[in-house]
Design a protein around this ligand. Structure first.
Ligand SMILES: CSCCC(=O)C(=O)COP(=O)(O)O
Ligand SMILES: [Mg+2]
Length: 234
């Protein structure tokens, strides 16, 4: 029998919204100007800066305008692929220099280890870039969890509220959509995943969402407050 693949979101699902908003985003906001000054000429960085420049009709040489735009997007929590790619590059130094590690909810690492040991393939789908996802799971307070995962997906595959993104992920994993369980704190993302045929579970964590999203608010998705309550086989 095909083992259910578990596809997980990060912010609000494996890690608190506060870690992302109060630690990662301010770090990226503060370090971005110096990062662009030092690395803006490197092709892997320039490609994303140019993508922003095109979108805001700025000349590619106006890096100060691009940086201000990116900082504004951080403040608005824009899930823009170029911003996410650049944030990931900035966080790389933060993790390496030990400026922060990545706290996971206490139920997350034990569940991931148990599911992996039971033969369930594990994958990540987050608005954070794939390199940022790998950094986060390599530097958790529970150790390096990257060996547990066999797939990482970001918005280069498509937006998280679009059913087509989940079809593309199932395709890339070589798994039928019905054999994938998607975990997220955002109902609109779960709606898109369900439309694509995935099974879904709403993570409704008290720390992030003080008002429980029960009944109609869960929109028919399995609702849990902890990874320990997820019935993978259900
Ligand atoms: C990869 S960690 C950084 C998280 C991030 O930038 C983000 O936007 C999280 O969004 P998610 O899709 O995981 O809710
Ligand atoms: Mg989330």
């Amino acid at each position: 029998m095909q083992k259910t693949t578990i596809l997980t979101d990060i912010e609000g699902t494996t890690s608190s919204i506060s870690f992302v908003k109060d630690v990662l985003f301010p770090y990226a906001r503060a370090k971005l100007p110096d990062f662009v000054r030092r690395h803006g000429h490197e092709p892997d960085v320039r490609r994303w800066l140019d993508a922003v420049a095109i979108e805001i009709s700025a000349s590619a040489c106006q890096d100060a305008v691009i940086v201000e735009t990116l900082q504004g997007w951080i403040d608005e929590d824009r899930k823009h692929t170029a911003l996410k790619a650049l944030q990931g590059m900035v966080w790389d130094a933060g993790y390496r220099d030990g400026d922060f590690t990545a706290p996971l909810y206490p139920d997350v690492a034990p569940a991931l280890r148990d599911w992996h040991a039971a033969g369930h393939p594990l994958a990540v789908y987050s608005s954070g870039s794939v390199p940022a996802q790998k950094l986060l799971f390599a530097h958790t307070d529970d150790g390096d969890l990257t060996p547990l995962f066999s797939g990482f997906f970001d918005t280069e595959v498509g937006g998280k509220r679009e059913a087509g993104s989940y079809r593309a992920i199932a395709d890339r994993l070589g798994t039928s959509p019905g054999d994938i369980l998607f975990l997220s704190d955002v109902v609109a993302e779960l709606d898109a995943a369900r439309e694509a045929g995935l099974r879904t579970a709403l993570l409704d964590r008290r720390e992030d969402y003080p008002q429980p999203r029960t009944g109609a608010a869960a929109n028919g998705h399995m609702r849990v407050e902890s990874f320990a309550d997820i019935d993978v086989a259900a």
